[in-house]
Design a protein around this ligand. Structure first.
Ligand code: SME
Length: 135
């Protein structure tokens, strides 16, 4: 594992790059697995109460559990959902997986309904796959 502060800069750079360049990304952040739970890492957007999320809980926890990207077009229709902001309409969560182990995930919220498609999925999965070389 590389120096913590180098990793932090890389993660911060990614969330800022995404936030600044993609207008419908309204909350962009990382949750990383620490001691078996998802812990909020670098993010751009409003502060969230969900600093720790259990695997299986919410969209984030379900994506970690299933080990696959989870796109939600309308968060109001999800029963297993953790609201960060009442403005959020849709969400994408992309797990960062190495050797079948989830290390963390990229989580994006949008105020636009059904904002995320396979283009977002491909972009974010490429970023997730680039990051695993650092672990
Ligand atoms: N909505 C997420 C919680 C994280 S906030 O979006 C930042 C969920 O349901 O897991």
């Amino acid at each position: 594992i590389e120096n913590e502060s180098d990793i932090d800069k890389v993660f911060q750079g990614i969330v800022e790059l995404l936030d600044e360049n993609i207008p419908y990304y309204d909350w962009t952040g990382f949750y990383m697995i620490e001691n078996g739970e998802l812990v909020l890492g670098n993010y751009v957007g409003k502060p969230t109460d969900h600093v720790k999320i259990q695997v299986g809980q919410g969209i984030c926890g379900q994506a970690a559990d299933r080990k696959e990207t989870f796109i939600v077009d309308d968060v109001t229709k999800e029963s297993n959902y953790l609201a960060c902001s009442f403005e959020t309409a849709s969400e994408i969560v992309v797990p960062i997986i190495k050797n079948d182990v989830v290390l963390g995930e990229i989580d994006i919220d949008s105020h636009t309904p059904a904002a995320f498609d396979e283009y977002d999925q491909e972009l974010l999965e490429s970023i997730a796959n680039m990051l695993i070389i650092r672990f």
